[in-house]
Write a protein that binds this ligand. Structure first.
Ligand SMILES: [Zn+2]
Length: 342
């Protein structure tokens, strides 16, 4: 029988279901995850009358377009990929909610909080929701139980994304096989899902790539006029300690090549004062021999020789005007030398 002329009938999604889908996805596209961007509910099997919750995913208009584009022989974003993105995103949303709930529950009475924690865990156990149980115990401090449920979840067969997520709760992303990590990265790269890539790289401790992809996603948010998303991910990146991580990496590579000045600058930015003093003292003869105007006062301060530090700072101050005065208008007919003397 020819399919021609058979049009799939659109049936409006019942309000209760669409509310639940939006809740699970935090009103955010599960692929690009740019918070605050307008979204719609997508039917994964492309049958607009199939409103089963398993068939629905929240997508922004741009990512929805990818479900219709053909790249090579396949769709740019097919059903299987959307299901993976949706599961991965739902996991992140649930985890962030648990952390938020814990913060809120601290304001209620201790007894009520204990009751809340145990009854939530019971309900999750009944549903054999191992992944959520692991997150639950991670949030409420039951480390042994968290590890027990991480093992159970992984043994019961999880996606590569789930395994990486769970292992990174333990700080053990290194336990995830390399081919699984590459699988995640190549999927996210293909779909230009920069913010997801940023998070993936952060989990595997690849900070230069984490910062690069967070920034690409943040730039995309700004270009799209979406300041909320830009601010949200910028905050997340800073809270994850990305700034210090980059200074630490730079410090490591400068130490390897013995570049003293940039080691000093990294240590200053990191606020690692005792390491800084120890380095300067160890390099004392090198610094004194070089007569380095910037390093000398730092060295004397590290040595506790205040008078010599002040003399060195004065020399530094006296030299400061050399370049900045060079753009001053020269007096007519007079050379720079003459002007300085007057
Ligand atoms: Zn999107």
């Amino acid at each position: 029988m020819s399919k021609k002329g058979v049009k799939k009938r659109r049936v409006a999604i019942p309000a209760g279901i669409s509310a639940k889908v939006l809740f699970l996805s935090d009103r955010t596209c599960c692929v690009c995850r740019q918070s605050g961007k307008p979204v719609q509910i997508h039917h994964i099997d492309e049958n607009p009358s199939n409103n089963a919750i398993e068939n629905l995913a929240v997508l922004c208009f741009e990512c929805h377009n990818l479900t219709m584009l053909i790249g090579g022989f396949a769709k740019k974003l097919d059903a299987e990929q959307i299901i993976l993105y949706r599961a991965d995103w739902a996991r992140i949303v649930s985890f962030q909610r648990m952390v938020e709930e814990k913060r809120e529950s601290e304001f209620v009475q201790a007894d009520d909080q204990i009751d809340y924690v145990t009854s939530t865990a019971e309900a999750l156990r009944e549903n054999k929701a191992y992944e959520l149980l692991a997150m639950h115990y991670n949030t409420y401090g039951g480390i042994d139980l968290r590890d027990k449920y991480i093992e159970k979840a992984i043994r019961s067969g999880t996606s590569a994304e789930s395994e990486l997520f769970l292992r990174s709760l333990q700080g053990r992303a290194d336990l995830v096989p390399n081919e699984k990590v590459s699988e995640i990265i190549s999927r996210q790269q293909r779909d230009k899902s920069y913010l997801s890539l940023g998070r993936t790289y952060a989990k595997i401790n690849d900070w230069p790539n984490a910062v690069k992809h967070y920034c690409l996603g943040i730039a995309e948010s700004i270009d799209g006029g979406n300041q909320f998303s830009a601010a949200y991910y910028l905050k997340e990146l800073c809270d994850a300690g990305a700034v210090a991580k980059l200074f630490e990496l730079e410090l490591e590579s400068r130490s390897k090549i013995g570049d003293l000045w940039w080691q000093v600058r990294c240590l200053e930015e990191l606020g690692w004062n005792s390491e800084l003093d120890a380095l300067l003292v160890a390099k004392r003869s090198e610094i004194e021999a070089s007569n380095d105007l910037l390093l000398l006062p730092k060295l004397y301060l590290a040595l506790g020789e205040r008078k010599r530090a002040i003399t060195a700072l004065k020399t530094q101050a006296a030299s400061a005007d050399r370049f900045s005065s060079a753009d001053r208008k020269r007096p007519r007919g007079g050379s720079d030398k003459k002007r300085r003397k007057s």
